[in-house]
Design a protein around this ligand. Sequence first.
Ligand code: FAD
Length: 385
Amino acid sequence: MSEEKRKKRVAVIGGGLVGALNACYFSRRKYKVDVYEMRSDIRKAEVVRGRSINLALSVRGREALKRVEMEDEVINKGIRMYSRMIHDRDGTLRVIPYGRKDQYIMSVDRRHLNEVLLTAAEKNPDITLHFEHKLVNCDFNTGEIVFKRSDGTIVKDVVDAIIGCDGAFSAVRNQIMKNTLFNYQQEYIPHGYMELNMPSTPSDECAMAINHLHIWARNEYMMIALPNQDKSFTLTLFMPFKIYDSIKTEDDLIDFFDKNFQDSIPLIGEKELKEMYFKSKALPLISIKCSPYHIGDKALIMGDAAHAIVPFYGQGMNCGFEDCLVLDDLLDKHKDDIGAAFEEYTKVRTVDAHAICDLSMYNYIEMRQSVNSRLFLLRKKVDNF
Ligand code: FAD
């Protein structure tokens, strides 16, 4: 690699899942990388507020982790889910495998994953992490980026390329929008999500079979559960906001759960369920399609910044990880000509990202409704958890 390329500076905006992984990819190519993250360092935080506690990691994401030698460290702390376990209203359990007997997706802890990726990035002398730096402006002619710190001070930097990995409400994308012929489409679905917890049993066992993604599919809405390392499950309730709004009292809640998710009540605990539900707030789900993803050789958006997708296909993070792999291949192909790689990236990635947005929307119907249809010939009754 030439000396000139060694000196190229890239700013990755956002130190979430995709930003942290992307930094490892760029440093592998001998770029100097600065990661600018709005939040404080999550590795030092007691509680991290935000989205889902655990996520399903699939082959798409694992391939991207593998190239930067991060796969083993991540999957060592993951839990294999070989199938969906459907909880019918009458308590019947049905298993629908994801594929062959040896095929599975993995439940991984979001915070652990983000921490592992940040630590891997930090070990690299070519990567500098800057926390509490919120991007407020960028100039795609000069490469200048401007940040506001939590104490109100302004920090500026000038880089060769700006990589926006700053999530669904991306500030980099907002800037790109003002600077080019940019197509943008967003959709909030009428359903929101709320996370609840099912603890391990008093004898420290899992309350349900561990190696499955559990689904209570009720056609118009659903609840799912993914296992955690500490033998608890994180439950996610997905339903229309109007149903959340109709549950006003503790009795309303227990009536609703009794009718729809009865077998889960003793496993969550009635008192705990009431406490968690009324302390939480249902959060919205957004789907975003846009194009182009780049401006010349100066900026590129990746991950949720480019394609926020509803979570029903379990592919948002996986797809964002794959973005890093695709860009890496294109930088190889174009011998690190950033402009050429960015241009081809937009060309090849837009179609795939838009397809995954549509598939994710469709899969909500599959998860909450189609798994109840007679067409699921693999229906298999199991006797206990
Ligand atoms: P983010 O995780 O949003 O990270 C963006 C980062 O940028 C954040 O750290 C943020 O603080 C920072 N930032 C934002 N603005 C600025 C700024 N102006 N300046 C500096 N920093 C900034 N995906 C899966 O693959 N599998 C799943 O099972 C799955 N389950 C999900 C369940 C739910 C309920 C939800 C909501 C999502 C789920 N996803 C899943 C999707 C997944 O969470 C996202 O696709 C993934 O987090 C995207 O990563 P990202 O790094 O692109 O964005």
